[in-house]
Design a protein around this ligand. Structure first.
Ligand code: ADP
Ligand code: 5GP
Length: 186
């Protein structure tokens, strides 16, 4: 199993960003795909590093100009992956890393087949997911309720992805993730 595109997918609050930050720090030959989004920037996030934070009008113009290989509305905001980035990565032979929702992961599988390997990370339970979102303290009650509802739907199809990892204990989950990524990269 080898792929040049690794897509990490998880319901919001599972711990994906925590795991991805460790992965990015430890595996330096992965080139991170910086998505565009219209959601408000969170404390600690950096424009151009975490996301390109853009206005809805700008995002809609970029859709019309066909600048995204995939885009989706997730939790009421737009998110999209740059087509130019992916094309450049493919032509340069980069190993690329993506953080996408289920719609984005499905689109990448449709377009690239096995060259795109989707790793789905699941929380121990919906209750634990809600606790993590509350503890993170970055989203309103309303936003958390929407994310928890979306999580129920996303978890229904977890078995269809290439790899499935449970994030119960963070260190164990990270070791499993790293091993899967290393296997994909060889
Ligand atoms: P995501 O990127 O999937 O939305 P985060 O990485 O922001 O999720 O994690 C959500 C919250 O849960 C954060 O406060 C994080 O520190 C915490 N968290 C992540 N993994 C675990 C874990 N295995 N056990 C307990 N808390 C966790
Ligand atoms: P967050 O707002 O918590 O950073 O991300 C919300 C969701 O949007 C996450 O599930 C994340 O994976 C997803 N996401 C981030 N960037 C993209 C993208 O470019 N395309 C798609 N389809 N989803 C994305």
């Amino acid at each position: 199993m080898s792929g040049n595109m690794i897509v990490i997918c998880a319901p919001s609050g599972t711990g994906k960003s925590t795991l991805l930050n460790r992965l990015k720090a430890e595996i330096s030959d992965l080139v991170w795909s910086v998505s565009c989004t219209t959601r408000p920037i969170r404390a600690g996030e950096v424009h151009g590093k975490d996301y390109y934070f853009i206005k809805p009008e700008t995002f809609e113009k970029q859709i019309a100009d066909d600048e995204f290989i995939e885009w989706a509305k997730v939790h009421s905001n737009y998110y999209g992956t740059s087509k130019r980035f992916v094309d450049e990565g493919l032509s340069q032979g980069w190993k690329m890393l993506f953080d996408l929702d289920v719609q984005g992961a499905d689109a990448m599988k449709r377009i690239y087949g096995n060259a795109a390997q989707v790793i789905f990370i699941e929380p121990p339970s919906i209750e634990e997911l809600e606790k993590r979102l509350l503890a993170r303290g970055t989203d309103s009650q309303e936003v958390i309720a929407e994310r928890v509802n979306n999580a129920r739907r996303e978890l229904e199809n977890k078995e269809k992805y290439d790899h499935l990892i449970l994030n119960d204990d963070i260190d164990q989950a990270y070791q499993k993730l790293k091993a899967v990524v290393e296997r994909i990269l060889t």
